[in-house]
Design a protein around this ligand. Structure first.
Ligand code: PRX
Length: 650
């Protein structure tokens, strides 16, 4: 089917001023003269000491080194707050919309300044210094943003752990980052349900302590007032401590290449990796993309519905919008509480102009029909964004037609935790749209498609997506493991950064991301390593072996399909199936809940013992015709068993 093209409408063009030709000219310049282009763009943020050197990067095997603006100095929180005070002190910086529709709050830039300074002073009082790691385990409340900005103010490195992760997962991240300070809340609130954050945090601190990582400070924000355990000397109530510290705190002068944050993300092997981002290039890039991709205009309300626990929350709730002096909306709740109109009620309530969400939410709401959307006005909306996973054209069209009334362009933004900011996306007013395509690369971004042998594919082609050169918000390393960084991203196709994504380029040069080609799956826009779920399953005493793959899921994009071989003599029962699901949830968190478990006496393996996941993926998809070559299997009969047994999966 020939994809439809949505032409650029006149009313989309009135913002940042770039049109199609403008985009093409800037893009060409960004490739011909990266130093000139980024040298100029770097001026959009305030430097304490201006840089003289712009790009200094190498993708050469054995010497992977990424530095931008390396001799410049700055402070990120001062860029996101202080420099706006004169003009925007009374402008709302953060609109907070609570889980309960009756709960909301507006925080001006002046108030943001004071709260962040207080939090920074509290951190200092507790001994936090430049370079120290501070872990956040927070609900979606403004204090999460205060804490991130406070870390950047004192030069500490934050590591935000999504509030849906289990105590074990949090403990692993405390250990990995060698973090002795944790900021959390008594409880979170989502869809009317309480999440016992402090209780989980207590347990995580205990686990980390046993593993040798002592946590000596736990700052607790009071959100629900629920009962919690307070450890004298270790735990500090934020609402009490904030009254005892000054509302002024001078920002630390940081180098452009000093770390800003670590964010753990899943890969195809091993434990989650601590992706490390630095200050200068990151801030330039996220503020530039926030302005041009969404065409952010002064005074508008911008809303990204992600959680601050993910990179989208870092770059496009906190750092990009605030660096641009914008008004950013933070939403604590879920799309279907109290009912499925909630997103659009929030849009109307706060006059949101730009709305950025994930395809999984769009698909779920599409399933509830048009009526919950149509009963709201959405008149303020001007731009719609999508992120996190491929958006199927049907969901794209519904978003465009029903939510946006065919007035609002949909920007489908492709990027990753590792890339720090948006790399492939339309720019509002400058890019013709094709439903389902992330369209064209942002300035300075050079995508390349290669086949499995690394041969470069030209023109219209389908292959593995690489990037041949650096951009300012690229991750710099894996925290504490530069070799793993090189191994993970630069060894598959030497000389290039390999994204792990498959991608098609059409005859117009438009990019269509087809999904991961490695053992990473994308469940409701959350990234999950199949290896993590497998290692959780095999840690259960009754499980002998497990293999986990993704399969197409109507709402979640991909679901988690587990093949489980039980210990000799153990009966496969529904009870056991439930127990295994609970086991994985306890171990990792609810986002890793298996959707289907198929008990299987054997798994398809090569003669050298490698599990052939390709076959397992096909069986999970019910695509038996395309199993491919099974002759290298040690026991080809296993495959027939698996197909025959799949009626028993649940
Ligand atoms: O597979 C791609 C998918 O999400 C992966 C990155 O996940 P994460 O690091 O958690 O970051 C998500 C938010 C940036 C990518 O490798 N992905 C992300 N955005 C898109 C996408 N796939 C298709 N289209 C997108 N717009």
């Amino acid at each position: 089917m020939e994809p439809t093209v949505v032409d650029i409408k006149d009313e989309w063009k009135q913002g940042a001023g770039l049109d199609e030709a403008g985009y093409a000219a800037w893009y060409a310049q960004s490739l011909q003269d990266p130093d000139g282009f980024w040298g100029e763009q770097g001026k959009r943020i305030d430097w304490i000491k201006p840089y003289t050197r712009v790009k200094n990067t190498s993708f050469e095997p054995g010497n992977i080194s990424i530095k931008w603006y390396e001799d410049g100095t700055l402070n990120v929180s001062a860029n996101c707050i202080d420099r706006h005070l004169e003009k925007r002190g009374n402008q709302t910086a953060i609109i907070w919309e609570g889980d309960d529709p009756a709960d909301s709050r507006a925080i001006t830039y002046r108030e943001l300044y004071e709260e962040v300074c207080r939090m920074a002073n509290l951190l200092k009082e507790r001994g936090v210094k430049r370079g120290d790691r501070v872990t956040l385990y927070m609900p979606m409340i403004p204090e999460a943003a205060f804490a991130m900005l406070a870390c950047s103010r004192v030069g500490a490195i934050h590591s935000v752990v999504f509030g849906g992760f289990s105590p074990d997962a949090l403990a692993g991240r405390l250990e990995g980052a060698a973090s002795s300070v944790l900021i959390t809340a008594d409880e979170g609130l989502r869809g009317g349900r309480k999440i016992p954050l402090k209780k989980n945090a207590d347990r995580a601190v205990e686990i980390a302590g046993k593993a040798g990582q002592a946590v000596d400070t736990v700052i607790v924000v009071r959100r629900t007032g629920g009962d919690i355990n307070v450890v004298e000397g270790r735990d500090v109530w934020w609402h009490e401590a904030r009254l005892t510290v000054a509302a002024e705190c001078p920002p630390e002068e940081m180098s452009a290449e000093d770390p800003l944050f670590i964010l753990y993300t899943s890969g195809s092997t091993g434990k989650p990796k601590g992706v490390l981002h630095t200050t200068g290039g990151y801030l330039v890039y996220v503020s530039l993309t926030h302005q041009y991709v969404f065409d952010y205009r002064d005074g508008e309300v911008y809303w990204c519905s992600a959680d601050v626990g993910w990179v989208t929350g870092h770059s496009y709730i906190v750092y990009g919008p605030l660096a641009n002096g914008g008004t950013t909306l933070m939403f604590e709740g879920v799309p279907n509480y109290p009912d499925t109109s909630r997103f659009w009620q929030v849009v109307d309530k706060h006059k949101v102009s730009i709305f950025y969400t994930a395809p999984t939410a769009i698909r779920a709401l599409m399933g509830a029909g048009d009526e919950p959307v149509l009963k709201t006005s959405r008149k303020s909306l001007r731009v719609l964004g999508s992120v996190g996973e491929p958006i199927n054209p049907e969901a794209w069209n519904w978003y465009y037609r029903v939510v946006g009334q065919e007035r609002c362009p949909v920007v489908d933004t492709w990027w990753q935790t590792e890339t720090g900011g948006i790399l492939i996306s339309p720019l509002v007013g400058a890019t013709k749209l094709k439903p389902g395509s992330a369209t064209l690369p942002f300035f300075g971004v050079v995508p390349q498609l290669v086949d499995n042998e690394g041969k470069v594919l030209e023109g219209a082609a389908d292959g593995n997506l690489c990037l041949t050169d650096s951009w300012p918000s690229q991750m710099r390393t894996i925290f504490g493991d530069h070799d793993r960084f090189e191994q993970t991203y630069f060894s598959t196709y030497p000389g290039k950064y390999f994204t792990g994504d498959g991608c098609r380029r059409d005859e117009d040069g438009y990019y269509w991301i087809t999904g991961r080609v490695d053992d990473v799956i994308n469940v409701s826009g959350h990234r999950m390593g199949t290896a993590e779920v497998e290692s959780s399953l095999v840690a259960h005493p009754l499980v002998s072996e497990a293999a986990v793959v993704g399969y197409p899921h109507d709402i979640k994009g991909q679901g988690i399909y587990c093949y489980v071989t039980l210990m000799e003599g153990v009966e496969p029962t529904d009870e056991l199936r439930k127990e295994l699901v609970q086991h994985v949830r306890n171990d990792i968190g609810a986002i890793a809940s298996p959707d289907k478990i198929q008990f299987s006496p054997g798994l398809p393996k090569t003669r050298s013992g490698k599990i052939m996941r390709r076959i397992l993926r096909k069986i999970a998809e019910d695509d038996f015709g395309a199993l491919g070559d099974t002759s290298t299997l040690a026991d080809p009969g296993v495959v027939d068993d698996l197909i025959g047994n799949r009626q028993n999966r649940k």
